[in-house]
Structures are given as structure tokens and as C-alpha cells.
Write a protein that binds this ligand. Structure first.
Ligand SMILES: *Cc1c(COP(=O)(O)O)cnc(C)c1O
Length: 357
């Protein structure tokens, strides 16, 4: 209720529209993790018996499928082999065979580093009169996203990834089409905490600089979010997209120079917020421990089919050249310790060529 907090929360909501590039969207900020943001999107848009098409590119797509089914949705899935993504033709084809209320997909698949064709798939959904949900937990505020231009209906994320805030906030922006679909529901939302009926008046009140209560807001995190959103906008969205692409290219060139392959089979659909290299011949997950000693924390594999064959490097948010070089240096030290035969410095030099280009 404190006036200074009311002002900051109001700013957060306004700034989210700018970061999402959705000037007419409705932002929601609710305490919880990214999974709550997925739950919010589905609970408010799906009614029992609705049909959804899910483009499944990995671990978090599986989760989206489970959430859709939990709310009584019939789910059809399009899949691709690990490291690939379905083609536009496959998506167009599936959308033309049936009438779907929703298309759901993961923008950056955190388990593979595969980048979804957010613009193209959303366009196909629009042409079919289908709403779209973009899981942007590993992408928003790093990967290029133009929610309104592209026509994405719900673009969701969490505070702790490319937005760069401690974990604990579910964030999403809903289009006016999504809000219309919500307002014209035939059944009440079957999740009490997630129901926009409860939260919409709260978001509207704070944006009008009036306090309102449904559930206690996560005050400390909302203050942190406001700081981060201001930093993101001070950098500017275009520059932010460019920087993420450049840092990513430096990491990927270094990894390639060290003769490590990557999970995404083509560079054109490799994410710019993370890199997923495969362990080279003779090297195993002990690399992660060695790299940690050298100062970089890598994540292990997540996709069940290839879990022990690869690792993941996150480079989203504030990642800069210095961190990229330190990370590649630690990777090289880790590889050396793991017994890999290569010429030290090659990866660092490749990254530096991109960064000084
Ligand atoms: C991390 C992540 C989630 C889940 O977010 P939590 O905050 O861990 O609940 C969902 N989708 C994607 C793509 C993610 O990367």
C-alpha cells in the first residue's frame, strides 16, 4: 500500500510493455516461478474440451503439454528429432487439418538450445484464427521478440532468466485477443490463484497508481524487477538483441574452433541466450567439475534422450565480452583437465575475433 511501492509497481507494468514490444498488451506480475506463468496462460485461455496444437521441441514443451491436458485440453503434438525443429510446412499442415483454439511452443528450448520460429509460427496461427502462447522463459529480454508486430497472444517468462532478477516472479503479457478470449469464457477458470479475474483489477489499479489487494505482492522482487527493466530499456531493445547475438556468436565460434559439436543441428536455429555443446570424444560430465574449478559454472544435460552427452552454457542477461572470454578460458582449462587434446587458446582467440570484430 506504500505510495512509493505503488509507483514502482506501476512503472514495472509500463516497462514490461516496452520490453515485450507490446504497447497494447496487458502485463501480469504474480509471485511464483516460470511454471506458474505457463499455468496462468493455460488456465485462463483453455476451457474443457478445447483443442491445442503443441510444437514440442523438448523438456519444457513436455511440461506445457502436461499443463494443457490438466485443464482438460485435447493436445495434438508436432515433434522433431532432438536438435531439430519442425518446419513451417509441418506446422501449416497441422493447423489446416483441424480447428485449434491454441498453438503453444517454446521460444528457446532450454533443454536443447533450439530456437523456435516464433515469428513464422505465430503468423501461421494468426492465419488459422488460432491463439498463440509463447513460452519465453529462456528468451524474453534476450532473444528478439516483437510481441505485437508478430501477433503473439501470450508471451510469458520468469524473473530469473534473461530478465536478470532473482527467481520468484511469473511475468507475462497478454494481447487484446487473449484478453477477449478470457472475457468470453463459458466456464470459470478452474485455478483459484491463477485466475485473471482476481489479478486483472490489481494490475489495472497499480498501473493507475492505486494500491489494491488480492494476494500480497512480492514487494522486494518487484522493486528489483523495476531496476532491471530500467537497465534493459536504457540499453535499448535493439541493442540488447544485437548484444545477445554477438555474445552467442563468440561462444559458438569458440566451441566450434575447439571442435565440439552442438545439439542444434543448424546455426540458423541455435538460440542466442544459451549454447548446448556435445562432449567431444573421450570427455564426459567430469568436464563440468573441472570448469567449475576454473571459474565457470556450466549446467549438465536436461533432455532425457541425450542427458549425458552434452552440457549447457547460459549467456543471457548482462553477459558481456569479459564474461564470454573468461567462460571460454575456463572451458579450455576444463577440457585440458579432462584429457582432451587441443591447442589451448584457440577457443579464446575465436571468441576474441568476434568480440573485436
Ligand atoms: C526455466 C524454464 C521454465 C520453467 O521456469 P521455472 O521458473 O523453473 O518454473 C519454463 N520454460 C522454459 C523454456 C524455461 O527455460
Amino acid at each position: 500500500m506504500a505510495p512509493d511501492f505503488v509507483e514502482e509497481f506501476g512503472q514495472v507494468l509500463e516497462r514490461m510493455r516496452e520490453v515485450w514490444l507490446a504497447p497494447n498488451g496487458q502485463p501480469f506480475v504474480i509471485a511464483g516461478s516460470g511454471t506458474l506463468a505457463m499455468d496462468l496462460a493455460v488456465a485462463n485461455l483453455v476451457e474443457p474440451g478445447d483443442k491445442a496444437l503443441l510444437i514440442n521441441t523438448g523438456y519444457f514443451s513436455d511440461r506445457m503439454g502436461a499443463i494443457l491436458e490438466r485443464y482438460g485440453c485435447q493436445v495434438d503434438q508436432i515433434t522433431a528429432s532432438v536438435g531439430e525443429r519442425p518446419t513451417s510446412e509441418e506446422v501449416r499442415d497441422a493447423l489446416s487439418k483441424q480447428s485449434y483454439k491454441l498453438l503453444a511452443f517454446t521460444h528457446v528450448d532450454t533443454s536443447t538450445g533450439v530456437l523456435g520460429d516464433a515469428k513464422g509460427w505465430t503468423q501461421l496461427a494468426r492465419e488459422a484464427g488460432t491463439l498463440s502462447i509463447l513460452d519465453g522463459v529462456c528468451s524474453i529480454a534476450g532473444e528478439e521478440l516483437r510481441q505485437e508486430d508478430w501477433g503473439v497472444d501470450v508471451a510469458l517468462t520468469a524473473s530469473q532468466k534473461a530478465v536478470g532478477v532473482p527467481p520468484g516472479l511469473a511475468l507475462l503479457v497478454a494481447s487484446s485477443r487473449a484478453m477477449d478470449a478470457f472475457r468470453t469464457r463459458r466456464h470459470p477458470v478452474s485455478n483459484y490463484y491463477a485466475d485473471w479475474t482476481n489479478w486483472l483489477p490489481i494490475m489495472e489499479a497499480y498501473e493507475a497508481r492505486k494500491p489494491a489487494y488480492f494476494g500480497t505482492p512480492a514487494v522486494n522482487l518487484i522493486l528489483a524487477l523495476n531496476v532491471s527493466l530500467a537497465q534493459i530499456l536504457a540499453e535499448g531493445m535493439e541493442q540488447r538483441f544485437r548484444r545477445h547475438r554477438e555474445m552467442s556468436q563468440a561462444i559458438k565460434e569458440a566451441v566450434t574452433e575447439l571442435e565440439l559439436s552442438q545439439v542444434p543441428t543448424k546455426n540458423e536455429f541455435a538460440a542466442s541466450t544459451m549454447t548446448a555443446p556435445l562432449y567431444p570424444e573421450g570427455v564426459d560430465a567430469s568436464l563440468i567439475g573441472h570448469a567449475k574449478e576454473a571459474g565457470a559454472i556450466f549446467a549438465g544435460g536436461l533432455h532425457p534422450q541425450i542427458k549425458n552427452k552434452y552440457f549447457r552454457i547460459g549467456h543471457m542477461g548482462i553477459t558481456d565480452s569479459g564474461e564470454v572470454l573468461a567462460t571460454i578460458s575456463a572451458l579450455e582449462k576444463g577440457l585440458k583437465k579432462a584429457g582432451y587434446n587441443f591447442e589451448p587458446g584457440r577457443g579464446v582467440a575465436a571468441a576474441q575475433r568476434i568480440l573485436s570484430g
